[in-house]
Design a protein around this ligand. Structure first.
Ligand SMILES: Cc1ncc(CN)c(N)n1
Length: 224
């Protein structure tokens, strides 16, 4: 598959894998935030687990930055990725503030198995054997799931509780949306020129990410 057939590869994949994408972005936890029925202990569980995830996400993003610097054909990719790193810096501070607001003691949060699995997957993508195209596609997918999920909680007609609006704004806001679009454009540009082997690997990574995201939201339900 080459040339025009590969234009907007990520959009083609989101259509092809619609069911799992909807599972990751319209999960019952997100729908419960949106309709105001969310159980606050679920929210606190998610908050503690996500802080651990975001800390593991930082070295992954650093590895994408390094790959862009070594491999990219467009120097402006670095600016987009650096913007993402800056947002993560704010995110870490926000998690600390939010956790103290909700009485969640972050240092004592124990990572759950789905979180450990997802972090291990991130670590596997740090490997120099994973090329920039696969890594930037994964980076886009991880950010896009949160953007799409939380933006849904802010749409007209949503009944998101006031105390959770700030959380939804963090990932659901317009600027974060534009940043995700910029990542998606980079991924599409790279995929268009990539070998079939790299394209296949990027698609598999996308699917793994969507599965991990579903499992991640599932953790908010707590131990069964
Ligand atoms: C599990 C997960 N996925 C994505 C994101 C968005 N950075 C996040 N904070 N957490």
């Amino acid at each position: 598959m080459h040339g025009t057939e590969r234009k907007a590869m990520t959009e083609t994949w989101l259509k092809k894998h619609r069911q799992i994408y909807v599972g990751a972005t319209r999960h019952p936890f997100i729908l419960a935030i949106r309709d105001g029925s969310v159980d606050l202990s679920s929210f606190k569980r998610w908050l503690g687990q996500d802080y651990i995830f975001v800390r593991a996400f930082i070295p992954f993003v650093a590895s994408v930055l390094l790959k862009a610097w070594k491999e990219s054909d467009d120097s402006t990719d670095i600016d987009v990725i650096l913007g993402g790193m800056a947002a993560l810096n704010d995110e870490i501070e926000w998690f600390k503030k939010e956790a103290s607001k909700w009485g969640v003691d972050l240092p004592s949060v124990v990572p759950q198995q789905p979180n450990l699995d997802y972090c291990r997957f991130l670590e596997s993508l740090i490997s120099p054997d994973v090329d920039y195209t696969q890594a930037i596609t994964a980076f886009w997918a991880i950010e896009a799931v949160y953007q799409d999920s939380f933006a849904h909680c802010l749409e007209d007609g949503s009944k998101t509780p006031g105390e959770l609006k700030e959380t939804c704004q963090r990932w659901g806001n317009e600027v974060f949306g534009q940043y995700c679009h910029a990542l998606q454009s980079i991924a599409n540009r790279r995929l268009e020129k990539a070998t079939d082997d790299v394209v296949a690997k990027a698609e598999v990574s996308l699917l793994r990410i969507l599965e991990h995201e579903v499992e991640f939201w599932n953790m908010s339900r707590g131990p069964v």
